[in-house]
Every structure is written in C-alpha cells, then in structure tokens.
Design a protein around this ligand. Structure first.
Ligand code: PMP
Length: 379
C-alpha cells in the first residue's frame, strides 16, 4: 500500500495515507544531541555484539524502573531493531516441527520468522467481542505436546489492544501448567498506552525464566530509522541470541547505541507529549469511525491503530467496483476515496482493515470524511 500510495502521490493525486506504521514525530532533541556528541567523541568503531556494557546497563535500568524486572547484563542483547531481537529469539528456540502459538490478528513478521525456522504456526483466532485478545481457555485448547513457543504483542499491532494485569494473570496460570513453552512478549508499543499501566507477562510467577521480553526505541521514542531493539531473556537464550547475531549482523550502530543511553535513562516527557497527542487523535477517530454505517469498530487502548471489521461491505458494489474481500475494499478506498489503509489479510484477520492515526488531525478528518462518502456509495 505504501508503494502504491507513493506512485499515486507522484502522479499528483492527493492521497491521505493512513497506512503508516511509525510515529509521525521527530526524535526528541536530547536524544539527537547525544548522537551528535557520540560522533564527535569517536564512537565509530565496532562494539560488543550484544551492545556496549553501559547500553545494556541502561536497558537493565529501564526494565527495573518501568517494569520492576531484574536482569543481569548477560541476559540483555541489543540488536538492529526489535525485529532482529524477535528473529534472534525465534531462531534460538525453534527447531523444525516445533509448534508456535500465535493469537490472530498478529504482526505478520511473527509467522514468517517461524516458517524460516521450519516451525509450525498454530493460529488462534481472537474475536472482536474480546477486543481481539486470546482467552486462557483458547490458549489451553491450542497447546499440544509439540508446543514450544507463544508469540504476542501488547499493546498489539494491528489491533491496539492492551492486555490487563488480570488478563495476563489468566494466561500465566495456563503457562504454569505447561513448562515446555517459551513466551515472546513483544512490548515495543509499551509507552503508547492510553488507559493504564503497562504490564509484562514476565512479571507473573516464574515466567521471567521463560519469557523473552522484546522492546526497543522505534515507537516510544520515534526512532524507527535508528534501528535499536533489545531483548531480555533467560541466560541460555540470551547467549544463543548473542551467538546468532554475531554471525548475522554483529552489533547495531555504535552512534545509535550511545543515543539509546540517553533515551533509556532520561526524562520521558517528550514520549508522554507524543502519546497525549495520539490519545486525542484516537478519541477523534474512534468516535468518527463509529458514525460510518457498516463499520464495526474495536476499542484500542494502545499503539496507534484502529482495526475495524468491514465485512458488511462484502458482496457490495459501486459502478465498476465489486467488493469481495478486504483487499478489494482497500483498493476501492485507495483509488476512489484516495485513502490508503492496510488489509487485515496481512494480519491474519480477513474481515478487517488497519488504519493508522500516526498522522496529523487535518489528514485524519479528511480521511474519515472521504471514507464515509465512498463507503456510503457501496450497495
Ligand atoms: N513488533 C511490532 C509489533 C511492530 O509493529 C514493529 C514495527 N512495525 C516491530 C516489532 C519492529 O520494530 P523495530 O523497528 O524496532 O524493528
């Protein structure tokens, strides 16, 4: 969609892009300054594969401050984005034939990384009634003797759903009965949470010994291009990830790592300001989408996405446009309404589309207005 939108924009068409997967904010000034200083101070060489010792300390500081979790430096591996942290973790755990339980909708990278390791993906379909979150009963039913890993994100991309403490406790009780299962907890949207305190599944029981906690700078600090993610894991897993990473990419960028110390240990004021802005936009788009007949709108508590069910438009048409599925609807919205959104098929939920509100209020208003007009023509 991003590529198609760019092509249409190049033709001079005014596209409202609601397909964006990154904050539309600049990296905070104090973090940028730290990077400039790092260049001038000569931090331009190879670093230890898992990251500079003081960067790993900064990660430990952050995990204690925000999540009340205790780790040693050997348990932390800093990588080229949370995506690489996920890849390291999956590669270190999954052997051919191992089953990996993934609640859907999910971020597409999860299943593809599992397939690269010849693992078997076991999807569990979550319903809008439960705000697209897996229940303990569903989890229990999906577990077999071959289950090796559970992968999820909270706050979630694409739904924006956030697991509460009670919900995580419910899942933790299931995991307690199945000690062969590791958990990848992707917390990259941690700070973009509008309703309450972020909770990590690593906090419950002894799950810290089986959880690979993934986080990074991309979303909370608006640093997608800088490429820094990290994992905190049981020692054996962290060691394996270090080894794997040493043969793929070595460490991430030295300059980014220096800036990360400032990000992870500094004030979170700019992150909070960004989230306050996202919160206003969410309030607007949540209410506005509900006024469009046919959309079934979910209630996201985090991230910057809406994930409405659009199946009411299937088998409808307008002039030469026939809507049979979510892909057709996305193309219709792009070419007729000039609004770019992402098909839910990409996230394992073919009845939905994903809209990002990581864009200005004026564009959101224009986008919603156009969607309302053009969806209204389908009959
Ligand atoms: N996890 C989720 C759920 C994401 O949405 C993304 C980015 N789209 C990532 C991980 C990857 O983040 P990074 O840019 O740090 O690799």
């Amino acid at each position: 969609m991003a590529k198609l939108s760019r092509e249409l924009k190049a033709q001079g068409i005014d596209i409202v892009d609601l397909s964006i997967g990154e904050p539309d904010f600049d990296t905070p000034v104090h973090i940028r300054e730290a990077a400039k200083k790092a260049i001038d101070e000569g931090f331009t060489h190879y670093t230890p594969v898992a990251g500079y010792a003081d960067v790993r300390q900064a990660v430990i500081h952050k995990l204690k401050r925000d999540n009340d979790l205790d780790y040693t430096p050997e348990q932390i591996v800093v990588s080229t984005g949370a995506k690489q942290s996920l890849a390291n973790a999956v590669l270190s755990i999954i052997n051919p034939g191992d089953e990996v339980i993934i609640p859907t909708p999910y971020w597409v990278t999860y299943s593809e990384q599992v397939k690269l390791c010849q693992g078997e993906v076991v999807f569990v379909t979550c319903s809008i009634e439960n705000n697209y979150k897996i229940t303990p009963e569903q989890l229990e039913a999906a577990i077999t003797p071959k289950s090796r890993l559970f992968m999820f994100s909270s706050p979630c991309n694409p739904t924006g759903s956030v697991y509460s403490k009670a919900e995580l406790e419910g899942l933790a009780a299931v995991f307690a009965r199945h000690p062969q299962i590791f958990i990848i907890s992707d917390e990259i949207y941690e700070y973009i949470n509008y309703e309450g305190k972020h909770e990590s599944i690593a906090q419950f029981g002894d799950l810290i010994n089986r959880t690979i906690l993934i986080n990074g700078l991309s979303k909370g600090f608006a640093m997608t291009g800088w490429r820094l993610g990290y994992l905190a894991a049981p020692l054996a897993i962290a060691k394996a990830c270090d080894k794997i990473q040493s043969q793929f990419t070595s460490a991430t960028c030295s300059i980014t790592q220096r800036a990360a110390i400032t990000a992870l240990t500094g004030e979170l004021t700019t992150a909070h300001e960004m989230v306050a802005e996202f919160k206003k936009r969410r309030a607007y788009i949540h209410t506005a989408l509900k006024t469009i007949p046919g959309l079934v709108v979910n209630d996201p508590e985090g991230a910057f996405y809406m994930f409405p069910d659009i199946s009411a438009f299937f088998n409808k048409s307008f002039e030469d446009s026939q809507i049979n599925n979510a892909d057709d609807l996305c193309m219709y919205l792009l070419h007729k309404a000039n609004v770019s959104v992402v098909t839910g098929v990409a996230f394992g939920q073919p009845n939905c589309i994903r809209l990002s509100y990581a864009t200005g209020m004026d564009k959101l208003e224009k986008g919603v207005e156009r969607m309302k007009t053009w969806l209204g023509k389908l009959a």
